[in-house]
Design a protein around this ligand. Structure first.
Ligand SMILES: Nc1ncnc2c1ncn2[C@@H]1O[C@H](COP(=O)(O)OP(=O)(O)OP(=O)(O)O)[C@@H](O)[C@H]1O
Ligand SMILES: [Mg+2]
Length: 240
């Protein structure tokens, strides 16, 4: 049987000790090719959970990626298997031009340069930014950087995508195109977002993090909308 894409078992993260943990006993499983949205207030630990999954923050508890336990021996291989999109694209754009950046992880895997550049341009085209292939990365707008960073993540065809607010800087057209593109991928996704409409297009399951734990795990995005509505200030009248 194919193992889950990722499984967290009783995972806790505490940045300052002594102090309250940001995550306390998070257990959740994202199945093979399952697409799951992670929502919750600012500071509820969404980014922290994604980072823990690739060993970027120390955690207690168990994390398995593709059936393999995350530890210092497996970390390198797990990072190669997982596509991680940072919230801040500048954190992952390292090369002078867009196509060099996107092709990098293919070159590192031994793909010949000419083939890697062709593949990089294909993925840039899928994301609607083919015209930026030769552009200097530092000239790009924030939304363009976000798409280029995502191209660098998708180019290797990872089996699991961990995406931290991928739609945050996109215009409505870009957001819709990206949601449709992610929705068509044959890969597991754990997507941290505040954009419920985007999440509805991409994902079939919705988790809410609150108080360091998963407080809601549902296939009904309406329940998530109601969860938010209940937390709105008393004078709020309109739809969220
Ligand atoms: N390196 C760090 N050191 C200390 N505290 C941290 C660190 N990183 C995050 N935190 C704290 O952990 C908590 C959770 O942060 P995290 O970024 O995971 O939240 P989030 O749910 O992703 O929030 P947002 O919706 O704003 O992106 C916050 O209170 C944050 O200040
Ligand atoms: Mg975050």
């Amino acid at each position: 049987m194919t193992p889950p894409a990722i499984a967290f078992e009783d995972v806790a993260v505490c940045y300052e000790s002594p102090g309250p943990g940001v995550l306390e006993g998070v257990s959740l499983v994202v199945g093979h090719r399952e697409r799951v949205a992670l929502v919750g207030r600012n500071g509820s630990g969404k980014t922290t959970l994604l980072k823990a999954a690739v060993g970027l923050v120390p955690h207690r508890g168990l994390i398995h990626v593709g059936g393999r336990r995350l530890d210092r021996h497996s970390l390198g291989e797990i990072r190669r298997q997982v596509g991680f999109l940072f919230n801040v694209p500048e954190d992952q754009l390292l090369f002078p031009t867009v196509e060099e950046d996107v092709a990098f992880s293919l070159l590192r895997r031994g793909m010949p340069a000419s083939e890697a550049l062709i593949r990089a341009r294909e993925v840039l085209a899928d994301l609607g930014v083919a015209s930026l292939a030769e552009a200097p990365v530092h000239h790009l707008s924030h939304g363009e950087k976000q798409r280029v960073a995502l191209a660098g993540v998708l180019v290797t065809g990872p089996e699991l995508l961990l995406l931290d607010e991928p739609s945050a800087s996109l215009d409505p057209v870009g957001r819709r195109s990206l949601a449709l593109l992610l929705g068509r991928l044959d890969t597991a996704i754990l997507l941290a977002t505040h954009d419920l409409e985007f999440a509805r297009t991409v994902c079939s399951r919705f988790l809410v993090l609150d108080g360091g734990r998963v407080c809601l795990d549902t296939e009904d995005p309406g329940r998530v909308a109601r969860w938010w509505a209940e937390r709105m200030p008393a004078d709020h009248r309109g739809p969220i």
